[in-house]
Design a protein around this ligand. Sequence first.
Ligand SMILES: NC(=O)c1ccc[n+]([C@@H]2O[C@H](COP(=O)([O-])OP(=O)(O)OC[C@H]3O[C@@H](n4cnc5c(N)ncnc54)[C@H](OP(=O)(O)O)[C@@H]3O)[C@@H](O)[C@H]2O)c1
Length: 290
Amino acid sequence: MRIFITGGSGLLGYRLAEMAQERGYDIYSGYCHNKPESGNPVKFDLADADSIIKAMNDVKPDIVIHSAALTDVDRCEVDKNLAYKVNVEGTKVVAELARKLDSFMVYISTDYVFDGEKGMYKEDDETNPMNYYGYTKLLGEKHCQDFCIARTCVIYGAKPASGKVNFALWLIEKLERGENVRIVTDQYITPTLNTNLAKMVLELAERKIGGIFHLAGATRVSRFDFAREIAKEFGLDESLIAPSRMDELNWIAKRPRDSSLDVSKAMESLNNKPYDLGKALRVLKKEISW
Ligand SMILES: NC(=O)c1ccc[n+]([C@@H]2O[C@H](COP(=O)([O-])OP(=O)(O)OC[C@H]3O[C@@H](n4cnc5c(N)ncnc54)[C@H](OP(=O)(O)O)[C@@H]3O)[C@@H](O)[C@H]2O)c1
């Protein structure tokens, strides 16, 4: 089976590519700036329709996992034109080609399609993005409604990806150096280990299950408590983590207060279940020490 993973150099994409390759699939890892280590690298630009058409027609995938996006939330707010091109128009072209090539597609979306007023969102809850990134990802969903839409929340994992470290790695590095950090107590999330997410996404792709799924960690926590749990699991000094509040941070784009996702649909219908935070952090620790 030929799988085209857009965003193959990203935090989810690299883990998907590693795992799908281990399962013996023929993997094509799409990227724009950072060449992926797993799979056959395919360079293309979501802002350039011709390059998407060439990449998809060359690969002719049975499955497309569309994970690539402009994920920098503040950059999307400042460069709305680019965010729209990449996240909306690029997704539209990918979806049209998937239909033309008779490929099944999983579109990776986000908790940021919600405004964060309620928390523990279910798949059919009303969307209402509060920043431009969330708005473009939601418009991307509209182009993929005949496929599978997998929304996730705050991904973390054992390696840097797409030229960036994720929250968990950043925190571990800071605490290992004995540096103080300030983490918000009033933002709630369901943080998601990339390995767990990749397993669930691959299952949806292999079983060609359509519809919307919330694929995230099974534990709702504040970002502050998430940081403390990481420190505990890695034997680091929790007293270096000081509380702060969202309104003290100089974010350009607004963030939802509680974008936690209810994962009961995934829990009931998938063989690969969302991990609770304890299990996810134990897996992360093992992966980091490999
Ligand atoms: N990270 C989170 O906390 C989070 C939370 C909720 C939802 N999501 C969604 O999950 C998906 C995966 O996120 P992630 O964290 O794995 O992403 P990431 O690490 O930020 O990586 C983004 C990926 O998209 C690619 N990309 C960016 N612009 C592109 C362009 N113009 N053309 C082609 N490829 C381009 C990047 O390629 P290069 O590295 O080569 O530039 C990279 O592979 C995204 O759709 C995101 O919206 C993420």
